[in-house]
Each structure stands twice: as C-alpha cells, then as structure tokens.
Design a protein around this ligand. Structure first.
Ligand code: SAH
Length: 245
C-alpha cells in the first residue's frame, strides 16, 4: 500500500494565497514516495507520515518563499535560486516543482544525498533544477557562484550567523537570503545583526508564524544584500562554524 498525501487546497489558499495544480500535486506525491523508498537505504528524514510530510517538508519549504502569504513574484519571472545544505532536497525541490521559470541549484556536501536528488530530478522531470556536491565555503569563493544568485535558501544547516556567511557572498547586490528557523529570540537578532553588517547585508524582516496543522513555531529571517561582501568571506572550510561572526 502506498501512502497518499493530503490535498489541503483550503490551507494552501489561506496561508499562501496559492494552490498546487493537479500536475504539481502529482509531483508532490511522487516526491513523497521516492523519499520513503530512499529512506530504506539512506537516512534522509524522520518525517514520513503523510500529514507530517505535507506540513514539515512541503508546506514549510513553500511558506519560506511566501512572505506575507504571497509567493515571491521574481520566482515566476525566472529568479536564480540556490539552496545550501539541501539534504533530501528541502526546501529546494518543492520550490523547483512550483516555480518552473526559476533555476534552482541544490548544494550539499554529501555526495550520496546529491546522488539521490539526481534520481528524483530525473524521475520528476525537473529540468529547472541542478545539483552540486560542494561546501558553501568553497562555492562562495568561486566566480561562477559568487554574486550570481537572486535568492539563497538555507534550512536546518547551522546557526544564523553561519547561515549568513554561507548565503550572502552568493547573492547579487539586492538579492535575498532566507534563513528557515524554528524558534528565535531577540538576543539572537543582536548577534546576527553584527554578522550581517560585516557581510554586506541587512536584516530586512523577521517573520514569525506557526505551521497550519501542529501549530509549531517558525521564523524566517530575510537578509537583503546591500553592499559587496568583503573578499575574505566566506572564510575557509570549517571556520564559519568554529568561529561564528
Ligand atoms: N535543508 C535540509 C537538510 C538539513 S540537514 C532540510 O531542511 O531538510 C543539513 C545538511 O546540510 C546536510 O545534508 C549536510 O550535508 C549539509 N551541510 C552542512 N554544512 C554544509 C556546508 N558547509 N556546505 C554544504 N552543505 C552543508
């Protein structure tokens, strides 16, 4: 027996002012089945029940790109997006499904996770997504990636200052980094503020909301790149986590 994801049309409508097409819903279902299957070999996710998968992986991934309940419009116009530490493909793969005009680069330092995502992209015919086995500290210093992206996404990779150092160098001036968080405190804002200034960014918004089924706390931090990131950032592999800004 296969598990079937819930449709949740009303909740999508209420929370994102959007609903998946039948084709997108079919891709969500396919993605879910492939991840359940992949989980037998690889430790991809502990979130396997249909409602939980819908909420914590699909809804959560898409809510991050829908500040004020509206999908970011540049995604429709063909934004270039990078997802750092994508793991089993979150938030990048659901975004590739709903934003066919955008190009999504999925990066992870673990080759076996990226190999798995390659099979997903192939089976779901997601031609607007590509993968890369690398570290944020490395691509942040490579001309083909540095200052190349409109949007950089990062979920469950490290603390916020580290995430800022991983994402801001990759953005074009005016680009947006979105850091997905659970809880968040005012003290953390102070620390992050200090890091973001050094990296050429500013904290544009801190969105606070709860998930629609289990009412879990979420925050999305929006960092805007307003100046060139100094050449010394990102620092060498491992330094951002060992000595966070
Ligand atoms: N974003 C996914 C996975 C989170 S687990 C989700 O929210 O479900 C964190 C992932 O980040 C792991 O797969 C790990 O390999 C990757 N990662 C950690 N540090 C990294 C770095 N510096 N560069 C690239 N990937 C990194």
């Amino acid at each position: 027996m296969t598990n079937t994801l819930p449709g949740m049309a009303e909740i999508w409508q209420e929370t994102l002012n959007w609903q998946p097409t039948e084709e997108q819903q079919a891709k969500f279902q396919q993605l879910y089945e492939l991840i359940l299957e992949g989980n037998r070999q690889l430790n991809l996710t502990r979130i396997t029940e249909p409602q939980e998968f819908w909420e914590k992986h699909l809804w959560d991934s898409l809510r991050g790109i829908a500040p004020q309940q509206k999908l970011i419009s540049s995604l429709e116009e063909g934004a270039s997006v990078i997802d750092i530490g994508t793991g089993a493909g979150f938030p990048g793969v659901p975004i590739a499904i709903v934003a066919p005009n955008s190009t999504i680069t999925l990066v992870d330092s673990t080759r076996k996770k990226i190999n798995f995502i390659d099979t997903i992209l192939d089976k779901l015919a997601l031609t607007n997504a590509k993968t890369l086995v690398s570290r944020a500290e490395e691509i942040g210093q490579q001309t083909q990636h540095r200052q190349q992206y409109d949007i950089a996404l990062i979920r469950a990779v490290s603390n916020a200052s580290v995430c800022a150092e991983y994402t801001l160098p990759l953005l074009k001036q005016g680009g947006l980094a979105i850091i997905y968080r659970g809880t968040w405190t005012e003290e953390e804002t102070q620390t992050l503020q200090n890091a973001v200034i050094q990296l050429g960014g500013e904290i544009e918004a801190i969105e606070n909301f709860s998930t629609p089924l289990t009412h879990s706390i979420r925050h999305c931090l929006h960092l805007r790149k307003i100046a060139t990131t100094p050449a010394k950032f990102p620092r060498t592999v491992g330094t951002p986590t060992q000595k966070p800004l």
